[in-house]
Design a protein around this ligand. Structure first.
Ligand SMILES: [Zn+2]
Length: 205
């Protein structure tokens, strides 16, 4: 089965500001994490944007209060990952995030992407024991993660084709080919929405 990377862009903490309340960092975190949950990569746009996302303390603030307002310890996270991770931590040292294959990899660590991949359907696949631990603890198996991944993928592809159609409007052969692909992808998108909504879709009329 063909697989792909967990995420297309890696988060990077660039904010150099200091605040006495970590909540003030939210807009910088959203930017640095590309509006995606650091752990599961769910795009926040599908569920209401930045206001619906949380700020996770990678090393929990209850155990390490000195890190409460330290930007290097903050992760932009969906409410699911943040809640499931909660105050779980495998050691008494904030620099030791993994003990005997239990614990967490910082989403901004360059090695994070080597721990997970996506299968063809958008499921998050753990690639080693620590990743297994995170996968279970953060419940990466929930349907929401593959649904959000698929919606994002289809939207991006439709946007790209729309851009190409505008660009090649004057070249009939290319334009027709692009329109054909756009139509096919639109049907795939509609079918996916029908699959998701099932019998529950009501148009309000
Ligand atoms: Zn998440």
């Amino acid at each position: 089965m063909s697989t792909s990377n967990l995420r297309t862009r890696d988060p990077i903490r660039t904010c150099k500001k200091t605040y006495t309340n970590y909540r003030s960092f939210k807009k910088y975190l959203a930017q640095d994490f590309n509006n995606r949950c650091g752990y599961c990569d769910d795009f926040d746009g599908w569920i209401g944007g930045t206001s619906t996302y949380h700020i996770d303390h990678f090393a929990p603030k209850i155990k390490f209060p000195l890190l409460e307002n330290d930007y290097t310890n903050l992760v932009y996270a969906c409410s699911f990952c943040n809640r499931f991770k909660s105050d779980d931590w495998p050691s008494e040292d904030h620099t030791i995030s993994v003990v005997k294959d239990k614990g967490y990899i910082d989403p901004c660590d360059a090695k994070y992407k080597g721990h997970f991949e996506r299968d063809l359907y958008g499921n998050i696949i753990p690639l080693n024991n620590v990743a297994d631990y995170m996968h279970n603890k953060l419940q990466f198996f929930l349907a929401r993660h593959r649904i959000i991944w698929n919606l994002t993928r289809l939207k991006i592809q439709l946007d790209e084709l729309e851009g190409l159609a505008t660009r090649y409007k004057a070249e009939k052969e290319k334009y027709d080919k692009i329109l054909h692909l756009y139509f096919e992808l639109s049907i795939e998108f509609q079918n996916y929405l029908r699959y998701l909504l099932g019998e529950n879709f009501q148009d309000g009329t």
